[in-house]
Design a protein. Structure first.
Length: 265
């Protein structure tokens, strides 16, 4: 590796300092928020019954961990989210490929996909419960319904935007549309697929929680709705915090996969 010039060294050092400053500022802001929240609850600036406090949430978290009930809820919600995400990825890519292979079919289905993608999915959840019953299958379908239509639209649009000159070259050399798909479209669309997956994992989690609100007996969504109905607001806030951590974790895993792919590429 060649030696860096003094200007390059200063530039890299400045980037490191900026990154360090941003990370420290984020932690300080979060810590300050928690301290202010705790003090406000203790001195009576806010109603601790309604808004709870960080210490109460931490104690509630430890109590549910000791009883292992929280792990049950987390495991169920996480499993439902991953299953719905798996089907969204498979069906999203499959349907997008089908539409790309048959442009007339895409023109016919395009307005329906747009309408279904724009439809508030919370409105579908009660119908899904009636049609499919209050079970895990319904919750997985609810998770899929939030992400699948947008996934198909984005992937299909991305497939169409692949470099037309490369596709023409394949056709000129006597290749079929299948060759275009395998050799040009899909390889060029891997970054897009990974980007769509990063969005979809959060959407699937949202859909699963919506389904658990209505038709579950276990899971973080059920824990939130049950605790709110019994005025256990500390448990509600704790479950929401756990959901935030799960969402960040799943997104970070996919983000790491994307970075490694881009680095190897």
């Amino acid at each position: 590796m060649p030696d860096l010039s003094s200007a390059q060294t200063k530039y890299l050092s400045r980037l490191k300092r900026e990154k360090y400053f941003v990370n420290i500022s984020r932690l300080a802001l979060f810590a300050g928020f928690l301290v202010l929240w705790e003090i406000s609850a203790r001195v009576g600036w806010i109603d601790s019954f309604i808004f709870s406090s960080p210490s109460a949430i931490a104690l509630n978290f430890l109590d549910m961990c000791r009883s292992q009930s929280l792990f049950t809820h987390i495991g169920i919600t996480l499993t439902e989210t991953l299953v719905s995400f798996f089907f969204v990825v498979i069906l999203g890519i499959g349907i997008a490929i089908l539409l790309w292979l048959f442009p007339k079919l895409a023109k016919i289905l395009e307005p329906y996909l747009v309408v279904l993608n724009s439809l508030p999915k919370s409105a579908l959840a009660p119908l899904l419960i009636v049609w499919l019953g209050a079970n895990v299958r319904t919750i997985i379908v609810a998770g899929m319904s939030v992400a699948i239509f947008g996934s198909v639209i984005n992937l299909y649009t991305g497939f169409q935007d692949v470099d037309p000159d490369k596709r023409k070259l394949i056709a000129t050399l006597g290749g079929t549309k299948k060759d275009e798909l395998i050799k040009i479209v899909l390889p060029s669309s891997v970054p897009l697929i990974l980007s769509v997956m990063k969005v979809n994992i959060g959407l699937c989690l949202v859909g699963v929680i919506i389904g658990e609100f209505i038709g579950a007996r276990q899971g973080l969504g059920y824990l939130i709705i049950y605790s709110s109905q019994t005025f256990k607001l500390t448990t509600v806030l704790m479950a929401i915090l756990v959901l935030c951590i799960i969402a960040m974790g799943l997104y970070s895993i996919l983000n790491l996969i994307e970075k490694r792919y881009m680095k190897q590429r």
